[in-house]
Design a protein around this ligand. Structure first.
Ligand SMILES: Nc1ncnc2c1ncn2[C@@H]1O[C@H](COP(=O)(O)OP(=O)(O)OP(=O)(O)O)[C@@H](O)[C@H]1O
Length: 305
């Protein structure tokens, strides 16, 4: 039995438009392991929402197959739906009701005990504000209430489509902390986003897509890679460049003096031998944003076939 919570194979979605056929998702093989937070990353229009909508039975795939918890969807979706929570579109809450009243109403509608309301309010960090009217909530609080609503059923898989869209830095941080807590509590979270710096801090694994195509997938640390460069501070950069190049080291051109090596001692040796003394030697590790931008360069708009 596969330990993949989400699996797609050759998943494809075409839209007919006046300009022709738009391929929104291109033979996508998505594999999301159980547990932790999986980033689903791509620029605007790269096919994230369309993929999520197909997984949830809200859009029909043109071809390919999908599985949730090993069950074929959409055919077997009813049998797994109770294990899945999703925030894809803005949920409808009553503005005059408090957050708690909104959740209690929902809990009764879906047959969940009232005790779950306080638990989910606590999980998303709304305790103390759950007695305030929904219409007084900030965007971040509204988003957290939406997540709380999906948690009422205690889902094993939570799908969040751009949950930090439109939030200010404080709101982004609140949602990020909530998502991290959920991942650590054992929920599998699929987090779609184009905000990389935020994602890197919470995701254990990620898939990067561009123009509906898979560009990379794996553990975040593997995607980032181990290649390290060092930022070198010296009084005379030109002399340092010459000495480093003479020692066979790769010097990266740019506003800073960067040397690509996994052996910082080679930098100190080369410069010391030339009588140049370092003022700084700092490792510069690539981040997910750099990897993402390199992989998705030129992928800002979905193509028309
Ligand atoms: N109903 C539709 N009809 C035609 N084209 C569509 C339709 N829905 C989506 N598309 C196109 O499919 C492509 C993928 O869109 P999608 O919304 O899945 O991207 P996304 O990665 O979620 O983007 P964003 O980050 O902006 O939400 C885009 O080019 C979009 O214009």
């Amino acid at each position: 039995m596969s330990d993949l919570v989400i699996e797609t194979s050759g998943l494809r979605k075409e839209f007919r438009t006046r300009r022709g056929v738009r391929v929104a998702v291109h033979d996508l093989d998505l594999a999301v392991p159980a547990g932790g937070v999986h980033g689903f990353l791509g620029p605007n229009g790269s096919g994230k929402t369309t993929t999520i909508r197909m997984l949830l039975g809200l859009a029909t795939a043109t071809s390919g197959s999908m599985r949730l918890f090993g069950e074929d969807v959409p055919q077997r979706l009813p049998s797994v739906l109770d294990r899945v929570g999703a925030v894809v579109e803005n949920p409808k809450f009553s503005p005059q009701f408090t957050g708690r009243q909104n959740l209690t109403l929902l809990a009764r509608t879906i047959g969940v005990p009232d005790t779950r309301v306080a638990e989910t309010v606590d999980t998303v960090g709304l305790t103390g504000r759950d007695g305030d009217r929904y219409k007084t909530y900030s965007l971040g609080m509204k988003q957290r209430l939406a997540i709380a609503a999906t948690l009422l059923k205690s889902p094993e898989l939570l799908i969040l489509d751009e949950p930090t869209n439109g939030l200010d830095p404080a709101g982004i941080r609140e949602i990020r902390d909530t998502i991290r807590d959920l991942g650590e509590a054992g929920v599998t979270v699929l987090l779609s986003s184009h905000i990389l710096a935020e994602v890197q801090q919470v995701c254990t694994s990620a898939t990067i897509i561009g123009n509906g195509r898979m560009l990379a997938s794996g553990r975040v640390e593997d995607l980032i890679g181990t290649s390290t460069s060092y930022r070198v501070g010296v009084p005379d950069r030109a002399a340092a460049r010459t000495a480093l190049a003479a020692a066979g080291l790769v010097v990266v051109d740019g506003p800073e003096l960067l040397v690509e090596t996994d052996r910082p001692a080679a930098v100190t040796e080369a410069l010391g031998a030339a009588g140049i003394w370092l003022t700084e030697l700092t490792p510069v590790r690539p981040d997910l944003e750099t990897v993402f931008l390199e992989l998705t360069a030129g992928d800002q708009l979905g193509g028309v076939a």
